[in-house]
Design a protein around this ligand. Structure first.
Ligand code: PEP
Length: 251
């Protein structure tokens, strides 16, 4: 049995006071939804407030990125131990906006994933093809290559704390959603690569999310697909009622 995980990615939205109000509003809407894990990945400055507000509920808090060094002269960066102490259990690495606007490469994504895992965090590792790649018919090659590069050097025993989010870049924040069949196919490709890198057991136990304009209307049919084990949700995670509807679809 794979764990279904519904995670919100707030991106650069919400002040700490807005984060507290959001969590308070969401808590009763998702109470008792034990069929999936629910995570809110929030801006660094919101972590402590969101974690405090979430105490005693089924909500887990995550960050949106992490640096790969434990400490040092890396102005503006944040380490795993800082995130853990602030109250983040999860962290996103490799989001396409980090790759697109902040120069992230598969190499730095891999370093961040390894650092966070060795510090004891749970990692949501994002990958996915650009529109040009899909149009050129090379989605499988790109997604397979990213999976191999991003997982390099990660031990099989750490995969229990790793989630892969398949996020086609053309579907993120665009209102364009992959069809359930496209999402299932790409998540299946990732699962096959994981089986070839590790084992059938590791692949069959790995949670693979879909992300890209998932919302309260399309979540149920995406989540019904065999290889789609949850969602990473941007825009629709900013409205408690919409996010709770997605959680209900997964539950
Ligand atoms: C995301 O930020 O990971 C994402 C999928 O965003 P959206 O749901 O807004 O497309």
């Amino acid at each position: 049995m794979r764990k279904t995980v519904i995670a919100g990615n707030w991106k650069m939205n919400m002040t700490p006071s807005a984060a507290r109000a959001f969590v308070e509003e969401l808590k009763p809407l998702v109470a008792g939804k034990n069929g999936c894990d629910i995570v809110l990945c929030v801006p660094y400055v919101d972590i402590a407030t969101a974690a405090e507000a979430a105490k005693g509920s089924c909500l887990h808090i995550g960050a949106e990125n992490v640096h790969y060094e434990a400490s040092g002269a890396y102005t503006g960066e944040v380490s795993s131990s800082m995130l853990l102490e602030a109250g983040a259990e999860y962290v996103i690495v490799g989001h396409s906006e980090r790759r697109q606007y902040f120069g992230e490469t598969d190499h730095t994504v891999n370093l961040r994933a390894k650092a966070a895992l060795s510090a004891g965090m749970k990692v949501i590792l994002c990958l996915g093809e650009l529109l040009e790649a899909r149009q050129a018919g090379i989605t499988e090659e790109i997604v397979s290559m990213q999976t191999k590069l991003d997982l390099a050097g990660i031990a099989e025993e750490d995969l229990s704390r790793l989630i892969i989010a398949y996020e086609p870049v053309w579907a993120i924040g665009t209102g364009l959603t992959a069809t359930p069949e496209q999402a299932d196919e790409a998540c299946g490709i990732i699962r096959r690569v994981v089986a070839s890198l590790y084992s059938e057991k590791a692949a069959s136990e790995l949670t693979i999310q879909y992300g890209g304009s998932m919302n309260e209307k399309n979540a149920a049919e995406l989540l019904a697909k065999e290889n789609v084990d949850g969602g990473l949700i941007g825009g629709a995670s900013l409205v408690p009622a919409k996010f709770a509807t997605i959680v209900a679809a997964a539950d």
